[in-house]
Design a binder for this molecule. Sequence first.
Ligand code: SF4
Length: 302
Amino acid sequence: MDNLYNRLNEYYKNKFGERVLKICVDGGFTCPNRDGTKGVDGCIFCSERGSGEHIKYRDVSNQIAEHLASYRGQRANKFIVYFQNFSNTYANIEKLKSVYDKAFVSDKIVGISIATRPDCINNEVVNLLKEYNKKIFVSVELGLQTADDNIMNILNLKYTVKDFKMAVSLLKDAGINIVAHMMLGLPQESKESIDNTIELINDLGVDGIKIHNTYVVKNTKLEELYIKGLYKPLELNEYIEKLGYVLARLSPDIVIHRLSGDAEKDKLVAPDWDLHKKWIVNGITKYLKDNNLKQGVLYKSA
Ligand code: SF4
């Protein structure tokens, strides 16, 4: 870790010996909270594309080949394919295998990273991932957002803390790298809900975390709440303060994958500052330095 937090690019450099970048792809999956299995409305913040707005769905191998052939493919020698949109373990095993196999179009691909919901992890999926993990780096990004049941209900996540714990346990037993997603500025968030989320993430021993502020995207339930004045996003300084609070209490071993969201300009409703990642990164650096904090200084192990 450098002197402030455990940065992802350092982790990759240590692991792969050089810079590694991600290639975001749409694997063509859906989500049980969209297709009617658990619900049709989705999580209240979820965009129409289930994250990864900028990605156009087409054959996965083509998405990767185009990326590698573009100027972005010249920016590193090693890449991790990130299956981003919707729930990327939500299909039968044959379909999952056929989609994941399409990632390996070049020797430059050194890993796959798979975003999904905790309730879309089961023994069959883990056994499949375990096979890939023997040959290549595999990471699973699990949505958590919060460990507070009440807020989970408001968000309409339709998965539970129990689902998250179960998914982490199965993946950990299989030796698969786990990244948790956490959001700040959620409706009815409290110090207690943040503390509980930090505690859960620390206690379960996940390997990495993505944290971002809650932002409002067009055509979502959250947009309706925002328009009615029933939801107010954090100001930048409020987010930085909460982020500093979380980082100081996270285990110093957890790798920080990101500290900002990735809303598209034409889809973002609020807050405007969300488009300025540098403001967030510079803001948290200054905040940590000014307050003599760094990741893990206030970490309490279980
Ligand atoms: S689990 Fe993910 S893809 Fe599914 S509705 Fe929620 S945010 Fe969207």
